[in-house]
Write a protein that binds this ligand. Structure first.
Ligand code: 13P
Length: 349
């Protein structure tokens, strides 16, 4: 199956009332882990690469690996997504490579660190939407600013500094025409999100629900959605690691989000933890080993287990065969005719 439009994948998820995990990749083993989980659970899937991942793996290696995944798994719809594009040029280069979706994170300036103004965000995101939609490519925007830093991208902080304002979210969606919208509700990238199990004072599900009421047809995106489970954390520390105590986003909160318009859920840290724990265990228990396959195989398996579990928890499991992919050229026609334009329920004031 060719790579699928993320918009189609998310529209189908909205019809079915489920969410789709977007898993970050940097190398072959991570792509294989995701694909084997998708195959086992019969899940459509979003694979995403940050700028850091594209630089680490080199664009062409990474993209050819995704093409191999699509060729080897014709029954699985796969969307390939640029995570946190920092500029028009980054998004353009992903689209020209063949990515079927891009995130223009205009919530930050091009340095990927400094919060941008609302007008700057609207301008750069709209420019990306015009370029992408003409080519049938999906666009995710961001309004509000997430906490933490991932692959050198992020404003830092706890995630509570720039919570999304629902009025701004509506105006942003209306003026840019994005397909999907990442909102800041107190989550942050990385392992250290919360110092205790999050309650409503730090994880603003009420803001998410308010935004969904006004933008029922815009697919909401939850970034920083690793749950940082204690068992993965403990394996690392048991075999010589030094991770501090921490809490992630409870799966029940993500499921509440899914019942309220969240269609894309970004997960990276949980997979990093799973792989690192598995590698540490092998090297700790059998220090005489030096063949990378001896630790990469268990690492790949550990990541697969986490991904398969999330696919089941997010509800995408069992939906891979529900629909036929629409070609990217047809999707471009849908954007051009207005058939795919999304209107807020209540216009911006
Ligand atoms: P985590 O660090 O919680 O896995 O979040 C990943 C993410 O949001 C990628 O954009």
């Amino acid at each position: 199956m060719p790579l699928v439009s993320m918009r189609q994948l998310l529209d189908e998820a909205a019809k079915g009332g489920y969410g789709v995990g977007a898993f970050n990749v940097n190398d072959m083993e991570q792509i294989q882990a995701i694909m084997s989980a998708a195959k086992e659970t019969k899940s459509p899937v979003i694979v995403q690469a940050s700028r850091g991942a594209r630089a680490f793996a080199e664009d062409l290696y990474l993209f050819k690996l995704i093409q191999a995944a699509a060729e080897l798994n014709p029954e699985i719809p796969i969307a390939m997504h640029q995570d946190h594009g920092n500029s028009f040029e980054t998004c353009k280069s992903a689209i020209e490579l063949g990515y079927t979706s891009v995130m223009m994170d205009g919530s930050l300036k091009e340095d990927g660190k400094t919060p941008a103004s609302f007008e700057e965000n609207v301008a750069v995101t709209k420019k990306v939407v015009d370029f992408a939609h003409a080519r049938g490519v999906t666009v995710e925007g961001e309004i509000g600013v997430l906490g933490g830093v991932e692959d050198g991208h992020g404003a830092g902080g706890t995630g509570l500094e720039h919570i999304t304002d629902p009025d701004q979210a509506v105006e942003f969606a209306e003026r840019t025409g994005v397909d999907a919208l990442a909102i800041a509700i107190g989550t942050s990238h990385g392992a250290y999100k919360f110092t205790k199990k999050p309650d409503g004072s730090v994880l603003k599900m009420d803001v998410l629900i308010a935004i969904h009421k006004r933008l029922p047809n815009t697919h909401l995106v939850m970034h920083g959605s690793s749950s940082v489970p204690k068992d993965l954390h403990d394996v690392i520390n048991q075999y010589g690691g030094k991770l501090k105590e921490t809490w992630g986003v409870p799966v029940e909160e993500i499921q509440l989000g899914i019942r309220n318009g969240v269609r894309k859920i970004n997960v990276d840290t949980d997979n990093r933890l799973a792989m690192t724990g598995a590698i540490r265990k092998v090297l700790w228990e059998t220090p005489e080993k030096f063949d990378p396959r001896d630790y990469m195989k268990p690492a790949r398996e550990a990541m697969k287990k986490v991904v398969a579990l999330r696919m089941t928890q997010f509800g995408q499991a069992g939906h891979a065969g529900d629909y036929q992919p629409v070609s990217i050229a047809e999707i471009a026609k849908g954007y051009a005719s207005g058939a795919l334009s999304i209107k807020p329920l209540v216009a911006a004031r």
